[in-house]
Design a binder for this molecule. Structure first.
Ligand code: FE2
Length: 314
């Protein structure tokens, strides 16, 4: 028999800020071999998130479980060098060195589908403070936004600006040469780009920031907070936060998104943030189109072995 406990699904923001809080999503405690993949998929579809806890699975077993659930996988381009050497090659290690604001996986990139489900597996939970995985329900974040920002994000959309050397765009798009790249990008009307003499790609990609789910529920689902050139927020002046100086975020109708507005989005982000405190063996699955994820910085050196897999439904 499978057992499942479902605590309150998403608690009030004040409670969610407690990193030690009990998981607020469905938790399965049965061994993988006794757990039906259909049951996991149903929980995921219903709640947008599911936690398998209490067992430590070898990589092969976990990979075979997810291979039964998903038709294919992808490894994010910036994690290609972190691929696990064992297993099927679609598992990659998660970094642990800085705070990463919440995002949906793969949303910054045109032309290719975004993974449907993020799977994070904890081989070794950190013993030091910090190192939690951030989780945010995209609908809650939408509701937490100031009304003017929510309206503008919804009506204008956003533009991701990226500057990628040849190796990066080869990894991002799985192409070898410029002809292949141009043919891909030219087929997307939401893309504008230039290529310089060194084949460096300067890319502008316009897309939605707010998505409408079932029952007309609006969700903040995008990758903008992980695509900033820097994070300049008074609360994080001394915290290392993941950013990239050549990235930019623009409003969909043009104009940089000002730091003041970024800070207001970060405030909403922090108000609805849940920190998942890892236990050895945890497997966390997230619907990438409903739940955003990020990472807390470790407060002291500590082992933190977590790897990710990104699956597509059939
Ligand atoms: Fe991610």
């Amino acid at each position: 028999m499978e057992s499942v406990s479902i605590a309150r699904q998403w608690a009030a923001p004040a409670q969610l800020l407690n990193a030690e809080a009990m998981p607020t999503y469905p938790t399965l405690n049965t061994p993988v071999e006794k757990t039906s993949t259909a049951h996991i998929s149903n929980l995921l579809n219903e709640h947008g998130i599911v936690l398998l806890r209490g067992h430590q699975y070898p990589v092969g077993e976990l990979e075979s479980l997810t291979q039964r659930m998903f038709s294919r996988f992808h490894v994010p381009a910036n994690r290609a060098s972190l691929r696990r050497q064992d297993g099927d090659g679609f598992s990659s290690m998660v970094r642990k060195d800085n705070r990463l604001l919440d995002h949906s996986e793969g949303y910054y990139r045109p032309c290719l589908p975004r993974p449907d489900v993020c799977i994070f597996v904890c081989e070794k939970a950190p013993t030091a403070k910090g190192g939690e995985t951030f989780l945010i329900n995209g609908a809650e974040l939408y509701r937490a936004l100031p009304a003017d920002l929510a309206f503008r994000l919804e009506t204008e959309g956003i533009i991701y600006e990226s500057l990628w050397p040849r190796e990066r765009w080869q990894e991002e798009f799985g192409v070898d040469g410029v002809v292949e790249l141009k043919s891909l990008l030219d087929g997307d009307k939401d893309c504008e780009y230039t290529l310089n003499s060194e084949d460096e790609l300067h890319l502008f990609f316009k897309t939605d920031a707010i998505r409408t789910g079932s029952q007309s529920e609006k969700r903040f689902i995008n990758g903008m907070l992980a695509h900033l050139p820097k994070v300049d927020h008074w609360r994080y002046a001394s915290v290392p936060i993941s950013s990239k100086p050549t990235n930019r975020m623009h409003w969909g109708r043009g104009g940089l998104i000002e730091n003041e507005d970024i800070c207001r989005i970060i405030d909403a982000h922090d108000a609805v943030l849940h920190k998942h405190r890892w236990q050895d063996g945890d497997i966390l699955m997230l619907d990438n189109h409903r739940v955003l994820h990020g990472r807390e910085v470790l407060e002291a050196p500590s082992d933190r072995i977590i790897y990710g897999r990104f699956g597509f439904w059939n």
